[in-house]
Each structure stands twice: as C-alpha cells, then as structure tokens.
Design a protein around this ligand. Structure first.
Ligand code: IDP
Ligand code: MG
Length: 155
C-alpha cells in the first residue's frame, strides 16, 4: 500500500455528454484527492505520446481521431493505491463488459468511447502526468478530511 498519483482524463465523449461533473464526483466520492486539473484539446502529437504503446495497433487511427475530436479534462488524483483504485472505479475497457457500479459500466457501452482514461501502473502514471502537467501545476495541500480517508497503517 502506498500513496500514489494517477493521470485521469475525462475523454471527449464525457465532455460532450456533459458528464464532467458527475465523473469528477465519482473520484471525490471515493475520497481521492484532486491535485491537478485542466481542460485542453489533445493534439495528434500529444495523442501519439500518450498512447505510445498503441500507435502501431490497427485501432490507433480511430483512437487518435476520437481523442483529438474535442476537449478533454486532465486530472491528477492522489490517494492510497490511487492507480488501482481508479482502474477499479472505471471498470474494464469495454463499457459493455464493465460491471454496473463502475464508471464505464454505468455510463456507456462502447469500447472506444469509454469516458475516462486512467494510468495502468506507476511508471505509466509518472510518464503520463509529465506529459500533461508541469510540476508547478500540481498542488500539495492537506485537508481536515485527510485523516478520515484511511487509517495510518493503510497509507
Ligand atoms: P484502457 O483505457 O482500459 O487502459 P487500452 O487497451 O489501454 O484500454 O486502450 C486505450 C484506449 O483505446 C481505450 O480506452 C479505448 O478508448 C481505445 N481502444 C482500446 N481497444 C480498442 C479497440 O479494439 N478498438 C477501438 N478502440 C480501442
Ligand atoms: Mg491503457
């Protein structure tokens, strides 16, 4: 167990469907802390950087078209095991297979238009946070609720 940071995107489908608020609420309800947040348009170059592992895959051209098609909201979340916690909260890649109660399971039924991105491991998280945020855009702060997120031996 460790305090981790994860790079989250509300993808263009989430922005277009006016779901930004509800999706961010899921993060806050889970008691993860938002330490960075911005709205931007992903360029083709940024897409190739972000999805470097997928660039050679057959579905990449459509993924790039989708992720560059409208604004996204980029968020850095922090909390205990935040990377895994966010992946569990989002559900599996294809909304059709995602369990009810997960973000992808509750809000969609697409493999591509699956509302959110979340880093899949510590190395990816560090790399992706560096792509979207400068150090000074990430804020360290404590709140009176921090001590109620989990016990000290769970951090
Ligand atoms: P993940 O977002 O659950 O980690 P990845 O396999 O890393 O899923 O794929 C990255 C993104 O590419 C997915 O979230 C989805 O938007 C899109 N994608 C994944 N597989 C396919 C596919 O087979 N066809 C079209 N788009 C796909
Ligand atoms: Mg992935």
């Amino acid at each position: 167990m460790a305090t981790q940071r994860s790079l989250i995107l509300v993808k263009p489908d989430g922005v277009n469907r006016r779901l930004i608020g509800r999706l961010i609420t899921r993060i806050e309800d889970k008691s993860l802390k938002i330490v960075g947040l911005k709205m931007l348009r992903v360029t083709e170059e940024l897409s190739r950087q972000h999805y470097a592992e997928h660039v050679t895959k057959p579905f990449y051209p459509l993924l790039e078209e989708f992720i560059t098609s409208g604004p996204v909201v980029a968020i850095v979340v922090e909390g205990p095991d935040a990377i895994t916690v966010m992946r569990t909260l989002m559900g599996s890649t294809n909304g059709r297979d995602s369990a009810p109660g997960t973000i992808r399971g509750d809000f969609g039924c697409s493999r591509q238009m699956n509302l959110m991105h979340g880093s899949d491991g510590p190395e990816a998280a560090e790399r992706e946070i560096g792509i979207y945020f400068r150090d000074e855009e990430l804020l360290e702060y404590s709140t009176s609720l921090d001590s109620w997120v989990c016990a000290d031996d769970e951090r």
